[in-house]
Design a protein. Structure first.
Length: 190
Protein backbone atom coordinates (compact mmCIF):
# COMPACT_ATOMS: atom_id res chain seq x y z
CA UNK A 1 0.00 0.00 0.00
CA UNK A 2 1.15 3.50 -0.74
CA UNK A 3 1.60 6.04 2.05
CA UNK A 4 -1.49 7.87 0.77
CA UNK A 5 -3.58 4.70 0.92
CA UNK A 6 -2.31 4.00 4.44
CA UNK A 7 -3.25 7.54 5.48
CA UNK A 8 -6.76 7.17 4.03
CA UNK A 9 -7.17 3.79 5.72
CA UNK A 10 -5.93 5.16 9.05
CA UNK A 11 -8.27 8.12 8.92
CA UNK A 12 -11.19 5.92 7.89
CA UNK A 13 -10.58 3.42 10.68
CA UNK A 14 -10.37 6.28 13.17
CA UNK A 15 -13.60 8.05 12.29
CA UNK A 16 -15.92 5.77 14.22
CA UNK A 17 -13.72 6.15 17.30
CA UNK A 18 -13.73 9.90 16.68
CA UNK A 19 -17.53 9.91 16.45
CA UNK A 20 -17.81 7.90 19.67
CA UNK A 21 -15.32 10.23 21.37
CA UNK A 22 -17.31 13.31 20.35
CA UNK A 23 -20.42 11.75 21.88
CA UNK A 24 -18.57 10.72 25.04
CA UNK A 25 -16.98 14.15 25.29
CA UNK A 26 -20.41 15.78 24.98
CA UNK A 27 -21.83 13.67 27.79
CA UNK A 28 -18.82 13.52 30.14
CA UNK A 29 -17.15 16.93 29.62
CA UNK A 30 -13.55 15.60 30.03
CA UNK A 31 -10.52 17.68 30.89
CA UNK A 32 -7.36 17.52 28.74
CA UNK A 33 -5.81 14.70 30.77
CA UNK A 34 -8.93 12.50 30.58
CA UNK A 35 -9.16 13.12 26.82
CA UNK A 36 -5.55 11.97 26.34
CA UNK A 37 -6.17 8.84 28.44
CA UNK A 38 -9.25 7.99 26.38
CA UNK A 39 -7.26 8.60 23.19
CA UNK A 40 -4.55 6.21 24.40
CA UNK A 41 -7.09 3.47 25.20
CA UNK A 42 -8.78 3.81 21.81
CA UNK A 43 -5.44 4.04 19.95
CA UNK A 44 -3.93 0.92 21.53
CA UNK A 45 -7.05 -1.17 20.97
CA UNK A 46 -7.47 0.14 17.42
CA UNK A 47 -3.83 -0.82 16.66
CA UNK A 48 -4.24 -4.34 18.07
CA UNK A 49 -7.44 -5.34 16.24
CA UNK A 50 -6.07 -5.16 12.67
CA UNK A 51 -3.17 -7.36 13.85
CA UNK A 52 -5.68 -9.94 15.07
CA UNK A 53 -7.59 -9.79 11.79
CA UNK A 54 -4.36 -9.94 9.78
CA UNK A 55 -3.28 -13.07 11.66
CA UNK A 56 -6.61 -14.74 10.94
CA UNK A 57 -6.35 -13.63 7.32
CA UNK A 58 -2.88 -15.17 6.96
CA UNK A 59 -4.23 -18.49 8.16
CA UNK A 60 -6.76 -18.43 5.32
CA UNK A 61 -4.65 -16.64 2.67
CA UNK A 62 -3.54 -19.77 0.80
CA UNK A 63 -7.14 -20.87 0.42
CA UNK A 64 -8.40 -17.64 -1.14
CA UNK A 65 -5.43 -16.27 -3.06
CA UNK A 66 -7.32 -15.96 -6.36
CA UNK A 67 -10.12 -13.86 -4.87
CA UNK A 68 -8.25 -11.88 -2.20
CA UNK A 69 -8.95 -8.52 -3.87
CA UNK A 70 -12.67 -9.29 -3.95
CA UNK A 71 -12.58 -10.17 -0.24
CA UNK A 72 -10.73 -6.93 0.60
CA UNK A 73 -13.25 -5.01 -1.53
CA UNK A 74 -16.18 -6.74 0.16
CA UNK A 75 -14.87 -6.23 3.70
CA UNK A 76 -13.97 -2.58 3.18
CA UNK A 77 -17.27 -1.97 1.40
CA UNK A 78 -19.27 -3.65 4.17
CA UNK A 79 -17.49 -1.76 6.94
CA UNK A 80 -17.80 1.51 5.01
CA UNK A 81 -21.48 0.86 4.31
CA UNK A 82 -22.14 0.15 7.98
CA UNK A 83 -20.38 3.37 8.96
CA UNK A 84 -22.50 5.34 6.48
CA UNK A 85 -25.68 3.66 7.75
CA UNK A 86 -24.75 4.48 11.36
CA UNK A 87 -24.01 8.08 10.40
CA UNK A 88 -27.35 8.46 8.62
CA UNK A 89 -29.41 6.75 11.33
CA UNK A 90 -31.80 9.29 12.88
CA UNK A 91 -30.85 10.52 16.34
CA UNK A 92 -34.19 9.42 17.80
CA UNK A 93 -33.41 5.83 16.72
CA UNK A 94 -30.49 5.78 19.15
CA UNK A 95 -30.99 4.78 22.77
CA UNK A 96 -31.26 8.17 24.44
CA UNK A 97 -32.90 6.70 27.53
CA UNK A 98 -29.77 4.83 28.62
CA UNK A 99 -27.49 6.77 30.92
CA UNK A 100 -24.04 7.54 29.53
CA UNK A 101 -21.62 4.78 30.44
CA UNK A 102 -18.62 5.87 32.43
CA UNK A 103 -15.54 4.37 34.00
CA UNK A 104 -12.58 2.53 32.53
CA UNK A 105 -14.48 -0.64 31.55
CA UNK A 106 -17.09 1.36 29.68
CA UNK A 107 -14.30 3.18 27.84
CA UNK A 108 -12.60 -0.11 26.94
CA UNK A 109 -15.91 -1.62 25.78
CA UNK A 110 -16.54 1.42 23.58
CA UNK A 111 -13.02 1.21 22.15
CA UNK A 112 -13.44 -2.48 21.34
CA UNK A 113 -16.84 -1.83 19.79
CA UNK A 114 -15.46 0.84 17.49
CA UNK A 115 -12.41 -1.25 16.52
CA UNK A 116 -14.13 -4.43 15.32
CA UNK A 117 -14.12 -3.01 11.80
CA UNK A 118 -10.33 -2.70 11.98
CA UNK A 119 -10.12 -6.47 12.57
CA UNK A 120 -12.16 -7.06 9.42
CA UNK A 121 -9.88 -4.71 7.50
CA UNK A 122 -6.87 -6.58 8.92
CA UNK A 123 -8.18 -9.78 7.35
CA UNK A 124 -8.32 -8.06 3.96
CA UNK A 125 -4.82 -6.62 4.42
CA UNK A 126 -3.43 -10.12 5.00
CA UNK A 127 -4.71 -11.14 1.58
CA UNK A 128 -2.99 -8.13 0.02
CA UNK A 129 0.37 -8.80 1.67
CA UNK A 130 0.39 -5.31 3.19
CA UNK A 131 2.89 -4.28 5.88
CA UNK A 132 0.55 -4.71 8.84
CA UNK A 133 2.99 -3.27 11.39
CA UNK A 134 3.19 0.11 9.67
CA UNK A 135 -0.54 0.13 9.05
CA UNK A 136 -1.47 -0.92 12.61
CA UNK A 137 0.82 1.74 14.10
CA UNK A 138 -0.61 4.34 11.74
CA UNK A 139 -4.19 3.37 12.60
CA UNK A 140 -3.39 3.35 16.34
CA UNK A 141 -1.65 6.73 16.28
CA UNK A 142 -4.33 8.34 14.12
CA UNK A 143 -7.04 6.95 16.39
CA UNK A 144 -5.21 8.25 19.47
CA UNK A 145 -4.99 11.76 18.00
CA UNK A 146 -8.54 11.86 16.62
CA UNK A 147 -10.10 10.37 19.76
CA UNK A 148 -8.32 12.88 21.97
CA UNK A 149 -9.44 15.73 19.72
CA UNK A 150 -12.94 14.23 19.48
CA UNK A 151 -13.32 14.15 23.25
CA UNK A 152 -12.38 17.81 23.46
CA UNK A 153 -14.61 18.77 20.52
CA UNK A 154 -17.51 16.84 22.08
CA UNK A 155 -16.98 18.78 25.26
CA UNK A 156 -17.26 22.02 23.29
CA UNK A 157 -19.85 21.37 20.56
CA UNK A 158 -21.78 18.19 21.30
CA UNK A 159 -22.28 14.91 19.43
CA UNK A 160 -23.66 16.07 16.06
CA UNK A 161 -20.24 16.59 14.39
CA UNK A 162 -19.25 12.95 14.97
CA UNK A 163 -21.89 11.62 12.56
CA UNK A 164 -20.44 13.64 9.67
CA UNK A 165 -16.96 12.25 10.37
CA UNK A 166 -18.30 8.70 10.44
CA UNK A 167 -20.07 9.25 7.10
CA UNK A 168 -16.90 10.58 5.45
CA UNK A 169 -14.91 7.64 6.87
CA UNK A 170 -17.39 5.17 5.43
CA UNK A 171 -17.21 6.75 1.99
CA UNK A 172 -13.40 6.70 2.16
CA UNK A 173 -13.37 2.97 3.03
CA UNK A 174 -15.67 2.13 0.13
CA UNK A 175 -13.46 4.19 -2.19
CA UNK A 176 -10.30 2.47 -0.91
CA UNK A 177 -11.86 -0.98 -1.38
CA UNK A 178 -12.92 -0.03 -4.90
CA UNK A 179 -9.40 1.19 -5.73
CA UNK A 180 -7.88 -2.06 -4.42
CA UNK A 181 -10.27 -4.07 -6.58
CA UNK A 182 -9.59 -1.95 -9.66
CA UNK A 183 -5.82 -2.22 -9.11
CA UNK A 184 -5.91 -6.02 -8.84
CA UNK A 185 -8.12 -6.26 -11.91
CA UNK A 186 -5.55 -4.17 -13.81
CA UNK A 187 -7.97 -1.29 -14.43
CA UNK A 188 -6.31 1.26 -12.12
CA UNK A 189 -2.82 1.60 -10.63
CA UNK A 190 -2.48 2.86 -7.03
Amino acid sequence: MTPGAIAVLSLSMSTDAFAAAVGRGASHRPDWRSAVKAGAVFGVIEAITPLIGWTLGLLAAGLVEQVDHWIAFGLLGAVGGKMIWEALKPAEAEDDAAPPRSGPWALIAMAIGTSIDAAAVGVGLAFLGANIWVIALSIGFTTFVLTTIGMLIGRAVGARFGKAAEFVGGVALIALGTLILLEHLGIWAL
